[in-house]
Design a protein around this ligand. Structure first.
Ligand code: SAH
Length: 352
């Protein structure tokens, strides 16, 4: 067991069961014992690996997509170039490198990173020296906003509810003896899940993400009124149905309640919820990562890079291309949703 487990057990013993969102928030961001608050979890040696860590091509294509949107909207200057949950800063560094030759882009860009983890902020500062940091999206300037979020929304805490008649039972974390154990609250009607009564049946489990609506609205407001675009990339689907809570440790799945603070906890992203809160901005069709990257020209880019490589480096590069795009790897599980102003074209690679 972990130090955080003892803290959570004492808290539950004192005040009763806690929501899954409260549990996740402490597991991920507790100031002294939280998973992200205390380490760099990314990369081959960490607990999981993300698209920008797999290949530079990912960030290059995201950069060109955002830059093309910026050009399409008349090159507003100055503008905010932002990333939510930038991890090691690799994606933003690749975006900046790939856009160096876009006329005026760097001169107009002000880089803003939204990050709560102190160790990851330190790594980001090395990769992206001239950035400004914020703990949440409310701190982003009121200016044109071109923003990317890769595997950010999946790290936001979720609540889970099981349908019971026209009411819902919430999955709460309590104690069974001395063990952290999920249980169910008594059923109650819930206004915020009214719209899910139409597409669920008795016993179905749905997930909500309490921080998502305000986060999406903050971004959409800036994009709709000041210009800009958002690329939201994550694993998940149009609508959440079923338990998608997942714990990863050293690249393996583990019990989410076994070692709080020592494993990464994520849930699939419910893209319909992002779309539901996108107004006044518009949202694109949900597109798989494989199709999106193909449309942006990843295969051509991969060939060009392959020509400069030999031996193991070349083999690794070919594997990386496959991992990002193939349906058996990240190509289909990961989805891309774009947000854009009603006055502009959707982002390259995405359909209205
Ligand atoms: N985008 C990066 C990292 C993904 S891991 C990549 O693709 O490699 C999730 C990132 O989101 C980490 O940087 C984590 O510290 C950050 N994060 C998680 N919850 C957050 C929150 N509530 N506010 C800000 N950043 C958060």
């Amino acid at each position: 067991m972990t130090a955080l487990a003892d803290i959570l057990k004492a808290r539950i013993a004192r005040t009763g069961p806690i929501t899954l969102a409260d549990y996740m928030a402490d597991c991920l961001m507790h100031p002294t014992h939280g998973y992200y608050a205390t380490r760099d979890p990314l990369g081959a040696a960490g607990d999981f690996i993300t698209a920008p860590e797999i290949s530079q091509m990912f960030g290059e294509l995201i950069g060109l997509c955002l830059a093309q949107s910026w050009l399409d909207q008349g090159s507003p200057a100055p503008f905010t170039l932002a990333e939510l949950g930038p991890g090691r800063g690799t994606l933003m560094a690749d975006i900046l490198r790939a856009t160096r030759t876009v006329p005026g882009f760097h001169a107009a860009a002000r880089v803003h990173l939204v990050e709560t983890s102190a160790p990851l902020r330190a790594l980001q500062a090395k990769a992206v020296p001239d950035a400004q940091w914020h703990s949440d999206v409310t701190g982003l300037p009121d200016a044109p906003l071109f923003v990317v979020a890769n595997e950010f929304f999946d790290a936001l805490p979720i609540r889970q509810f099981v349908r019971d008649g026209d009411g819902w039972r919430e999955r709460m974390i309590g104690l069974d003896g001395d063990t952290l154990t999920p249980g169910l609250s008594d059923p109650a009607p819930l206004a915020m899940l009214e719209h899910r009564l139409a597409d669920t049946r008795d016993g179905d489990l749905v997930e909500t993400c309490p921080a998502l609506p305000a986060c999406v609205q903050e971004i959409s407001q800036r994009i709709a009124t000041r210009n800009g675009a958002a690329l939201i990339i994550d694993y998940g689907d149009w609508t959440s149905l079923g338990d998608t809570l997942q714990a990863l440790r050293s690249h393996d799945r583990t019990d989410p309640f076994a070692a709080p603070g020592a494993a990464d906890l994520t849930a699939h992203v419910d893209f319909a919820e992002i779309a539901r809160h996108a107004a006044p901005a518009r949202f694109t069709k949900l597109t798989t990562q494989g199709v999106f990257l193909e449309r942006l020209g990843i295969t051509e880019r991969a060939r060009t890079l392959a020509a400069t490589l030999q031996g193991d480096a070349r083999a690794a590069h070919i594997t990386a291309h496959r991992r990002l795009t193939h349906p058996d790897e990240m190509g289909t599980l990961f989805k891309v949703l774009g947000l854009y102003p009603a006055t502009a074209q959707p982002l390259p690679g995405l359909d209205p």
